[in-house]
Design a protein around this ligand. Structure first.
Ligand SMILES: [Zn+2]
Length: 381
């Protein structure tokens, strides 16, 4: 049974299990969109009539650290052919699908502006919490620091909290060039310093190579994709308390000739190469103790709402199910700098949560997890 309205907020939950906290049941009250009190339930008291038939588990809402909610097509040129209203309706559907799967907070990795988020939340009643970077800085912006300063000011004016640097190419780049930096080191350092001086956080798209070293040295908040991360870099990244958001599942989907993206063979080959490298990068990161965050890079209607699939791939690549789950909740909240109010079922925390009719820590697959979702709640804050 899948979710009711994400906005439906029971005021008190009786005798629920908190996912990952064992066999005890709790009574949880919610006030003003936050968990007001969490007390161990009296085991002698009978369960509420509506809960008598089933047991309920609560977990924090999932945090997807890498989505593209504004994009409607794999190729941006296809989006430009669409009517603007159609695009807006599709974006609202992306919010809806993302919420329904249990994602209550998303960090958009490029394409959506805070004004659009507000409009969709209010006008379409889809209360997804979204942190944004508005536009991305890429190869076309490698025109010196003056130009970059202007671009950064434009981004700050939109109200974005993050700056996204496309430090290397991606699926559109031939394999032998994909680790080449898009910016000079001086430009890269300028962007990160400028962003931090303006209290913005920095996320860096990099497949690997020297831009990972620059990211670590500059103290960026997170490295995205990073499939060619080395053991040495993982060690330094852990020391610098940087985060790694591998977005692992999308490369498998992109490599699949029968996958929903239906990409041409040359792109599929590049994706396959990325997917082949990812398990090693994750092994280095785990071994070094790097903070690993859950992010999907999902960007089209066929993918929004399937975000939990990333858990399957993280598990395939060596994370325990509990670690993958933490990457999607508590650790993701820390990476956002919101570890004090998101990603945990605790008093004072924002009441973003998923209710399940089976223990989510015992699920074997994302599909099983998805099926056990009873409802999704979004708190306030
Ligand atoms: Zn992305």
């Amino acid at each position: 049974m899948i979710g009711k309205s994400p906005a439906s907020q029971p005021q008190t939950l009786h005798q629920v299990y908190i996912a990952g906290m064992g066999e005890k049941r709790f009574d949880i009250s919610i006030r003003d969109g936050r968990f007001a009190s969490i007390t161990e339930a009296d085991p002698r008291r009978p369960a509420e009539p509506d809960q008598a038939a089933r047991e309920i588990w609560i977990s924090p809402g999932v945090i997807d650290l890498h989505t593209h909610l504004a994009w409607t097509d794999f190729d941006h040129a296809d989006q430009l052919k669409r009517d603007p209203h159609e695009v807006e309706v599709m974006q609202a559907r992306a919010f809806e699908a993302t919420l329904r799967t249990g994602v209550t907070t998303a960090r958009d990795a490029g394409g959506i502006r805070p004004g659009t988020v507000r409009h969709i939340v209010e006008h379409y009643g889809q209360p997804l919490r979204v942190q944004t970077c508005s536009d991305m800085l890429g190869a076309a912006d490698a025109r010196g620091v003056q130009h970059l300063g202007r671009r950064l000011s434009e981004i700050y004016e939109t109200g974005a909290g993050w700056v996204k640097i496309m430090a290397t190419g991606g699926l559109g780049t031939p394999a032998e060039q994909v680790l080449d930096p898009n910016f000079s080191e001086a430009e890269f350092r300028f962007i990160v310093r400028h962003a931090h001086e303006h209290h913005k956080k920095v996320m860096v798209h990099t497949w690997g190579g020297v831009t990972v070293d620059w990211s670590i040295a500059a103290g960026v908040e997170s490295i995205e994709h990073g499939m060619f991360l080395t053991a040495d870099q993982a060690g330094r990244l852990a020391e610098a308390v940087g985060a790694f958001v591998p977005t692992a599942s999308i490369y498998r989907i992109a490599a699949d000739p029968h996958g929903v993206l239906g990409l041409p063979p040359v792109i599929r080959d590049r994706a396959a190469r990325a997917a082949e490298a990812h398990p090693k990068a994750l092994a280095y990161a785990m071994c070094a103790g790097v903070r690993i965050g859950f992010g999907t890079d999902y960007a089209t209607p066929a993918l929004h709402g399937h975000n939990l699939q990333e858990l399957d791939v993280l598990k395939d690549y060596g994370l325990s199910w509990a670690d993958a789950w933490r990457a999607a909740t508590g650790t993701a909240a820390e990476i956002l700098g919101s570890g004090g109010e998101l990603g945990k079922i605790a008093e004072g925390y924002v009441a973003d949560a998923i209710l399940f009719d089976a223990d989510p820590y015992r699920a074997q697959t994302a599909a099983e997890l998805q099926k056990s979702i009873v409802s999704v709640m979004v708190g306030a804050g």
